[in-house]
Write a protein that binds this ligand. Structure first.
Ligand code: GDP
Length: 446
């Protein structure tokens, strides 16, 4: 979503590389470039102005650090300012102290509310909650059915008016749903409300009536990040008409410029709480301003990667591999390599994973064009080796290479390349495991 902005900012920082001290002219030029980058990304003008002024002031000020050179210092300042405009700290859901927690969703039609309701329900289930979905969008044909389908997909019950009685009363439905939740011991109620294609008074009134009837613990404004500057004006209209506690950004997987998404928190003063980036029920998570800022600045998003890894990795296997790499528990073999590769694959496509590593922005094009079948080819080559060869790759001589190539349907040169790369990678990983850390600091110019 923020690819262009990332690239522009990276270019800006590149120009500062190698400077021992930043002159007034350097700071002015940098500020100008940041301003253009943000405006081109569709960030709202008042937000851009404040952002740039703040960066300028801080870059000029005496924020000297022994550890960072001036260019790195600017990256740090921009990072901190990005975190600030995105709402600062991660804001978590507030749960009711007694009775069910009521979460109400509001937003325009097509914003992704119904899809989000299912995602949020699944997320809550994973946190050990017993949510119930409530269909209060009685305007849009199919909205109730769509919510029921989403609910079924994630195994969460849906409370909806009986079909066939014409138009129901959404306020009455919302009220009844709370009673139902209490009876059935659901601890969270998610209310999906109607949206219109544009902001209108009737829509606002209905949402406000539902809000008054159920007294939600959280009202979440759901907004499509791809609608550009309109997102900001819609956010403002809902703030005035219904009011809300937090924002949910949807469709962050799109390739729109996305700057509007960066402006909403600062313009409305309401934090972005969740981000939704795809059609799958699991493409959804808490929004972390600091991680998003790191991604935009191509400093990677190691925390998200680590969290995902913790969810999917076989801990014991990972520990064994780590021990081997740090020189204990035998040598790291091609079998370990294969196992690690399979673990990593569970996290998602290679391009998605690599994209979360720092300094990968410059390889974006290659990543997007990365042929996932390459991994299958590597697997095929390793599988054509004997257990002894995998244990001790040094024994793989010329005739063995020819046999392995034949067995996997590849060229000898592919086998050569794989074996060479394995030794190289093992050496590098062992250096890192010994506490040397990442060689250099990618993403940070200088
Ligand atoms: P509602 O009218 O607000 O309830 O919106 P829907 O939930 O029906 O979503 C509108 C359209 O956007 C549907 O086609 C969804 O599949 C799609 N959609 C929702 N969330 C996302 C997302 O995060 N990414 C993408 N690419 N599409 C989404």
């Amino acid at each position: 979503m923020f690819a262009t902005l990332s690239d522009r900012l990276a270019d800006t920082f590149k120009n500062l590389r190698g400077k021992g001290r930043l002159s007034e002219a350097d700071i002015d030029a940098t500020a100008r470039e940041i301003r253009i980058a943000l405006l081109e990304a569709d960030v709202a003008l008042p937000v851009v102005k404040e952002f740039v002024a703040s960066v300028k002031e801080r870059a000029r000020g005496e924020e000297v650090s022994g550890a960072l050179n001036p260019a790195q210092q600017v990256v740090k300042i921009v990072h901190e300012e990005l975190v600030a405009i995105l709402g600062g700290e991660t804001r978590r859901l507030r749960y009711a102290k007694t009775g069910p927690t009521v979460i109400m969703l509001a937003g325009l039609q097509g914003a992704g509310k119904t899809t989000l309701a299912g995602k949020l329900a699944l997320w809550l289930k994973e946190q050990g909650k017993t949510p119930m979905l409530v269909a209060c969008d009685l305007q849009r044909p199919n909205a109730v059915t769509q919510l029921q389908v989403n609910g079924e997909r994630v195994g969460v019950p849906v409370f909806a008016p009986e079909p066939g009685n014409g138009v129901g009363d959404p306020v009455a439905v919302s009220r009844a749903s709370i009673e139902e939740a209490k009876r059935k011991l659901h601890d969270v109620v998610i209310i999906d409300t109607a949206g219109r294609l544009g902001v209108d008074a009737e829509l606002m009134k209905q949402a406000a009536d539902i809000r008054d009837a159920v007294q939600p613990d959280e009202v979440l404004f759901v907004v499509d990040a791809m609608i550009g500057q309109d997102a900001v004006s819609t956010a403002q209209a809902f703030l005035d008409g219904v009011g809300y506690d937090g924002v949910v950004l949807t469709k962050l997987d799109g390739d729109a410029r996305g700057g509007a998404a960066l402006s909403i928190a600062s313009i409305t003063g309401k934090p972005v709480m969740f981000a939704s980036a795809g059609e799958k029920a699991t493409d959804f998570d808490l929004f972390h301003p600091d991680r998003m800022a790191s991604r935009i600045l191509d400093m990677g998003d190691m925390l998200t990667l680590i969290e995902q890894a913790e969810k999917t990795f076989d801990q014991e296997q990972a520990l064994k591999a780590a021990q081997k790499l740090s020189g204990q528990g035998g040598e790291f073999t091609l079998d370990d390599f294969l196992q690690q590769m399979q673990q990593v694959r569970k996290l998602g496509s290679m391009s998605k994973i690599m994209g979360m590593l720092p300094g990968m922005g410059q390889f974006r094009e290659q990543l997007e064009n990365f042929d996932e079948r390459e991994i299958d080819r590597i697997e095929a080559i390793i599988r054509s080796m004997t257990p002894a060869e995998r244990d001790n790759p040094k024994m793989i001589d010329g005739s063995r290479r020819a046999r392995i190539a034949r067995g996997s349907g590849r060229q000898v040169s592919d086998v050569n390349q794989l074996v060479d790369r394995f030794f190289e990678a093992r050496k590098m990983m062992m250096q890192m495991a010994k506490g040397g850390g990442m060689p250099g600091m990618p993403g940070m110019p200088g």
